[in-house]
Design a protein around this ligand. Structure first.
Ligand code: MOS
Length: 730
């Protein structure tokens, strides 16, 4: 492997900085008109009346769609997975705050926006259920195919009998995605065919969902997503605005552009649900865990289901004989939650890794030592080996780079310039997912190669790493290989979620490149005009677009020579790659260690994260530069989760009070100080053909706990309710 692993600059970098990269809202179509959604201003109720006269009277306004005149769409019940129930102007029910209730379409965006403010909606509102205590609680059938509850041994008995124990409630708030690029869709009908330029993490999933809603065949829809300005889960499902854009375009017989405003990002496009987690740990005199109980309740909507699977990591992270994990859902009158970076692992690790820290203080053990004493050599939940696990190395390298041995041993024992200083750490892990994916690779007679797969680049580096993988498999120079994605005309690929893109699509691209190269070699070996004629494939090596004999590199020929002699314009390889039985034989996870140093102002309660150190082992790294950016983004989001993010709802009305970036805090550069990331080398022969584990989500896992633990070390105050706002430290 030569090209895989090099820290290549982003191939799409120049297009992005020069503005030539086309994001979904930036496609220019003849006759394009603009749509703006009107969204509900009550948390629950019915639409009593809608007066659109003033909006329609505005110059440039073409139509206003409401539940009275919108074209028909099927409000299909959620089918699980990434599918969500879509309220798209088919009835007068208001299920949550900011649900779409009308769509204004106008010649200009300004006219549509202004007219949207003139639509007068009157509601018969009813009191929404907004508190966990008042909502219907139930047990979900399964969590992505796994049972919702798990028990081994006698966790309650072991907890009661334990020498040391922790039994606390940890809570995480509702958090909303705020990618730079808001959701955006352009819908363009050509007869019965629909083209969608959509900001989506899954072009094929969007196609399927919209086809269901419009009750048209899947292959009459074409989805294009060339660039995304971030996704993080919110763009992993098709939401109402996608279908509304299509309905609007149908109604006005023109292409329609619908871009969400920042406040609308807090409406119908998902969020991380609030969690209430009981975490109980028990240990013997040596600090060996004897019992773990993790009971999570998270919110879902009144009409659909999403589970924040916070207990999943607790099942496998530490060796413990007695364990119970449970997941419950509570129905609230709010929009449906969805995936948000490391859904489950990020919220669950806050509880688990905070509790581990609390246990460390009770036992008097160093928090890192406690984790080492409970290191799981194999997956304790499935009793199968890990495909690879380099967590010890992550702990060692992270601790060394951080200077963990210099940690203040007693809480509130160190200060500098009037600030309390604290160190904290936590473990990170994320499962290695993989889905079926396909790709095709075409070697052309001009010496170039075109490789395509219908995957997405969320800003993460897909264009770059798949060009590297393709070049490696084709044995062609990187600048002769062009990789393209984001188009449902390309071979099918899964949604970019669950950190699965590199593993899934990388394996397909690798196989497609190999297939094209093998086909070309076959031609040469059978061709009397070739210097390689009559040789066996095993005698031949390939490099830089040329085949040659392993034993004598002077004997060989260029790919272009073969194609020209055969009179071929190109040769194409196609491959489908999918996981096999290895996922049953091995437990597959990436691991990491997070360290944080904080400075807390004892008078103001403000926390400054002075530095963070992360060490991660995620199998083979395709590109050290883009990988580092992924970890950096994850850790920064962990800092954000620890200190800032908090969607506030008015519990009387069910209305979100913080639906903008003035009230919903995310970190700015001044909040993010020294960040140190180590990529731990790891070979894994089992996960997939290219040996990669996901890196998209693990960076956030454990980072909030590491900061919360550092805050305890600095102040002696244990905050079990995120975010760690100043008032909680005073
Ligand atoms: Mo990720 S939360 O699976 O987009």
């Amino acid at each position: 492997m030569k090209l895989i692993g090099t820290p290549l600059d982003r191939i799409d970098g120049p297009a992005k900085v020069t503005g030539t990269a086309r994001y979904s809202a930036e496609f220019v179509l003849p006759g394009l008109v603009h749509a703006v959604m009107v969204t509900s201003t009550v948390g629950k109720g019915r639409i009593a009346s809608i007066d659109t006269r003033s909006a329609l009277a505005e110059q440039g306004v073409i139509t206003v769609l409401t539940h009275r005149n919108a074209p028909h769409a099927k409000q299909a019940k959620s089918g699980g997975g990434v599918d969500r129930y879509l309220p798209v102007l088919q009835d007068d029910l208001v299920r949550y705050d900011r649900q779409p209730v009308a769509l204004v379409i106008a010649e200009t965006f300004e006219a549509a926006l202004d007219a949207a403010s003139r639509v007068v909606v009157r509601y018969d509102s009813t009191a929404p259920v907004t508190r966990f205590a008042n909502g219907e609680t139930y047990t979900p059938k399964d969590i992505m195919g796994e049972p919702p509850d798990l028990q081994r041994g006698d966790p309650d008995g072991a907890l009661k009998a334990a020498r040391f124990a922790v039994d606390e409630i940890y809570t995480t708030p509702v958090e909303h995605h705020n990618p730079l690029e808001p959701h955006a869709t352009i819908a363009d009908w050509n007869g019965t065919r629909l083209t969608l330029y959509d900001a989506t993490q899954g072009i094929f999933a969007t196609r399927k969902r919209v086809a269901e809603a419009l009750e048209i065949p899947v292959d009459s829809i074409h989805v294009i997503t060339e660039f995304l300005g971030g996704g993080f889960g919110c763009k992993g499902s098709a939401w109402p605005h996608v279908v509304l854009a299509a309905l609007g375009a149908k109604a006005v017989k023109r292409p329609v552009k619908l871009v969400l405003t920042r406040p609308q990002m807090f409406g119908s496009v998902g969020y991380r649900p609030r969690t209430v987690q009981r975490l109980a740990l028990a240990a013997d005199g040596d600090g060996k865990l004897t019992s773990t109980i993790h009971e999570t309740t998270s919110q879902t909507s009144s009409f659909d289901e999403f589970i924040e699977p916070s207990t999943m990591i607790t099942r496998m992270l530490y060796a413990v004989p007695n364990l119970r994990t449970t997941q419950r859902l509570v129905r609230l009158d709010a929009a449906t939650p969805t995936f948000m970076r490391a859904p489950g692992e990020s919220s669950g690790s806050f509880a688990l890794e905070s509790a581990m820290d609390e246990l460390a203080y009770r036992t008097g053990l160093d928090p890192l030592e406690l984790r080492l004493r409970n290191y799981a050599e194999k997956d304790p939940s499935k009793d199968i080996p890990f495909s690879s696990k380099s967590l010890r190395e992550c702990y060692r390298v992270g601790a060394e780079r951080f200077g963990w041995s210099n940690r203040p041993k007693q809480p509130r024992s160190r200060s500098e310039n009037g600030m309390l200083v604290g160190y904290g750490m936590a473990t990170a892990t994320y499962p290695t997912h993989r889905s079926a994916a396909a790709a095709s690779a075409r070697i052309a007679s001009d010496g170039s190669a075109q490789v395509v797969s219908g995957t997405q680049d969320l800003g993460t580096g897909s264009y770059t790493v798949f060009t590297q993988v393709a070049s490696e498999a084709l044995a062609m120079p990187i600048d002769s290989v062009h990789f393209d994605l984001g188009n449902t005309n390309f071979p099918s690929a899964p949604a970019s979620g669950g950190s699965q893109t590199a593993a899934s699509v990388g394996s397909a691209v690798y196989a497609a490149g190999n297939a094209a190269r093998a086909k070309l070699l076959e031609l040469a070996l059978a061709d009397e005009g070739s210097p390689l004629h009559g040789r066996r494939a095993s005698e031949v090596v390939a490099a830089d677009g040329r085949f040659s004999l392993r034993a004598n590199p002077a004997i060989g020929e260029r790919y272009t020579d073969i194609l020209r002699r055969q009179g071929l314009d190109h040769i194409e390889g196609y491959a489908e790659a999918k996981p096999g039985s290895e996922q049953k034989e091995y437990s597959m996870h990436a691991f990491g260690a997070q360290f944080a140093e904080v400075r807390v102002d004892p008078e103001l309660g403000t926390v400054r994260v002075e530095r963070m150190v992360g060490a991660f082992a995620s199998g083979r790294i395709l590109n050290a530069k883009t990988a580092r950016s992924q970890y950096l983004g994850g850790m920064t989001w962990g800092l954000s989760m620890a200190l800032f993010e908090d969607t506030r709802t008015d519990l009387r009305t069910g209305r979100i009070m913080s639906a903008n970036l003035e009230k919903y805090l995310v970190p700015v550069n001044a909040d993010v100080h020294r960040m140190d990331i180590s990529l731990i080398e790891e070979e894994d022969a089992y996960v997939n053909p290219i040996g990669v584990k996901g890196i998209g989500e693990i960076g956030i896992v454990g980072s909030a706990a590491a900061i919360a633990n550092a805050v305890f070390n600095a102040t002696g105050v244990r905050v079990r309710d995120l975010p760690i706002a100043p008032e909680k430290l005073l």
